[in-house]
Design a protein around this ligand. Sequence first.
Ligand SMILES: [Zn+2]
Ligand SMILES: [Zn+2]
Length: 371
Amino acid sequence: MQTSAALFREVGAPLSIERIALDAPAPTEVLVRVAAAGLCRTDYHVMRGERRVAMRPMVLGHEVAGVVEATGAAVGGIKQGDHVVLTFIPGCGICRWCRQGLHHFCAEGPRITQGPQLDGSYRRRDREGIAVGAFCMIGGFAERTVVDQASVVVIEKDIPLDLASLVACGVPAGVGAARRRARVKPGDSVLVVGCGGDGMNVVQGAALCRASKIIGADVVPQKLDWAREFGATHGVNARGENLTRAVLELTDGIGVDHAFVCINPPETLLPAFRATAKGGNVVVTALTPDTVTDIKIPPLELLLTQKAIMGAVYGFASPRVQIPELLALYRKGSLKLRELISRTYRLDDINQGYADLEAGRNLRGVVIFDG
Ligand SMILES: [Zn+2]
Ligand SMILES: [Zn+2]
């Protein structure tokens, strides 16, 4: 079949909206009609060459919810008509990590920037017949996609699919970083540097954990206002103020129990580290361009302050566990999802969506597809 898709063809260029050929699913794969695809900064890093992928052209997009239209002969537990969220790390089910339920560590994870399907072959071709890759084995900026069942989580049908797309990436990344990586406790103090897609969800994750002080920091004043709506108790404009000094002033000179670095780690990690209390946690959720190869933290300072620096991908838990859990919290009214969507776009307007992301106008932009 043919489908419209947004292709990454050139570093630094807009995505190219094209009709491409999409093959039928292989035995372990499913065909998904994409309903919504979130505009995450990760794809933007790819477009700018800061996160290298192994091939072009490639269909980007990894925050997807949709409806299953067909299944391969060997697919189990997924049927036509199911509503699904796609996971940007597959859960192969057989590697050492997946056998322990740790799908966010799946051994196939490092292959998500390569381009082919999980089985190593391609399902997409452009007009010239050239193989087209799928970012994160998803390729979600397209009307339809074919993915392995390892990338699929079936959800209940009462959840609007635009909201479901949010729990594919930013929401578990942020909420999980607070709840599962740092294990924020009631009464703890928290700093969130970068109140965007991940960071705003760290804010709401910290609020769910009943942190008493939640300090949002950003260079966009609007995001600090939004952060208050998601549970932040204080805001620091990191453009006008010295971040470390401002946080120490808000915490009686002690620093926060947990600092989350959700934007630009090369510049924000050290100020966040120094705004953290002795023995506290510094959690990095943001990507760094792969040309940056060191972190500037004096080892003696690390030793003497006894802080922990940790990474958190996918909120440090299996998306198969987190996605249903987060949707249950949404259903109970404990998790904001609708409020995360600033604007929606048609696939044809996707480059405007990334311009809005770059300009700091969006908390989350989402591409919406017709049925
Ligand atoms: Zn994402
Ligand atoms: Zn695995």
